[in-house]
Design a protein around this ligand. Structure first.
Ligand SMILES: NC(=O)c1ccc[n+]([C@@H]2O[C@H](COP(=O)([O-])OP(=O)(O)OC[C@H]3O[C@@H](n4cnc5c(N)ncnc54)[C@H](O)[C@@H]3O)[C@@H](O)[C@H]2O)c1
Length: 340
């Protein structure tokens, strides 16, 4: 089978190609790695790198296109009349024009949950870091450059343990479910709000089914794991932050659009929230320094949630599995209804 594999700086084509070669079917592969530049103007898709023209140029009567963050627009889908399958090594095909693929009878395979373990572990790390006040404790050494001699020095950084604390999860999909498992392992009491997941599944996991209002009012830690949609932009805004428990913490390892950053800044500056940890931030419109970065109660990382070696291997194995099922005519796309 002729398969085009298009990688990017996060996910090299070679890693995906290795997994496909390991199927042992002797497929004819062409590989391309896109650079980090983002071409403007690809309609109907988001979170991509490279340009549709780059991807189209590599397609030459290919039946399968395997990508991670490459833009798969109508132009790309039309570049190979033989194209029947797009494998996208991401949780959701945000960089694939799903409607255009459907209109052309081209199937889409994704890799739901491939990042879940990595993101859940980062979330747990954030909970510990916030509870134990790691940012100010590390800052004092970095800025003073002096290791104290007193065994009592830690008194200035008294923190809390997770055991017995309450955690509210907003979104209970792949990541949310794993965060619940890890947090319960640490002895936390976990509640979750997800309008699309029934309470029975949560109950089986030992998680309390809650409304958003209850969860915000009661939990000491609130962690966001909802998939970002047009409807839930600024899901956590000034009103929701004001409804959170005084001195509680907010964690966001999902997507930056879920949080109103101006309102979060005000809540941190006023001390209403004790702290926040974010893996995702909106880039400032002027390209300058993000105003949240200077807040001492904020922990921030540059979108590293899914950045583990295991995630790459898992994602590659999942797309290879999609190729295999397609070849065998067994492509049952359970998630087809969910991927739009
Ligand atoms: N930081 C990273 O590097 C990284 C990596 C992977 C995923 N993510 C993000 O983490 C989040 C969770 O990923 P996942 O794999 O668990 O996704 P998923 O699709 O398995 O689960 C998302 C859940 O969000 C729920 N949801 C949708 N709208 C909601 C709302 N308004 N309120 C509450 N819940 C809502 C859905 O019902 C679903 O159960 C997503 O936003 C994803 O983009 C981040």
């Amino acid at each position: 089978m002729r398969i085009a594999v298009v990688g990017d700086p996060f996910f090299p084509a070679e890693v995906m190609a290795d997994a496909i070669r390991a199927l042992g079917a002797g497929d004819e592969l062409v590989l391309l790695d896109l650079g980090p530049e983002v071409a403007e103007g690809a309609e109907g898709i988001r979170e991509y790198v490279g340009s549709p023209a780059d991807v189209s140029a590599v397609l030459d009567a290919h039946e399968v296109l395997v990508v991670h963050a490459a833009p798969v627009t109508a132009e790309v889908l039309d570049a190979s009349p033989e194209l029947r399958l797009v494998c996208c090594a991401r949780g959701g095909p945000v960089n694939v024009d799903v409607a255009a693929a459907r209109a052309r009878g081209i199937e889409i395979v994704t890799a739901p949950g491939k990042n879940a373990h990595a993101v859940a572990e980062l979330t747990l790390a954030f909970l510990v870091m916030l509870a134990r006040r790691l940012r100010p404790a590390m800052d004092v050494l970095q800025h003073d450059g002096r290791i104290g001699e007193s065994v009592l020095e830690g008194a200035a950084f008294m923190g809390a343990e997770l055991r017995g604390r309450t955690l509210g999860l907003v979104g209970y999909g792949h990541v949310g479910g794993l965060v619940a498992e890890l947090a319960r392992g640490c002895g936390m009491h976990v509640s979750a709000f997800d309008p699309f997941v029934d309470g029975e599944r949560m109950a089986r996991d030992g998680v309390r089914h809650a409304t958003l209002a209850t969860l915000l009012a009661e939990c000491e830690f609130v962690s966001l794991h909802a998939r970002a949609t047009a409807e839930n932009e600024n899901l956590i805004g000034a009103r929701e932050l004001a409804a959170m428990r005084p001195s509680s913490f907010l964690v966001n390892t999902a997507r930056e659009t879920l949080v109103d950053e101006g309102a979060l800044r005000a809540a941190l500056e006023s001390g209403r929230l004790a702290g926040a940890a974010l893996d995702v931030l909106r880039p400032p419109p002027d390209g300058g320094r993000h105003p949240l970065l200077d807040l001492p109660t904020l922990i921030v990382t540059p979108h590293i949630g899914g950045a583990t070696f295991e995630t790459l291997r898992r994602g590659a194995a999942m797309v290879a599995e999609g190729v295999c099922r397609y070849r065998e005519g067994k492509l049952v796309i359970e998630s087809q209804e969910n991927i739009a």
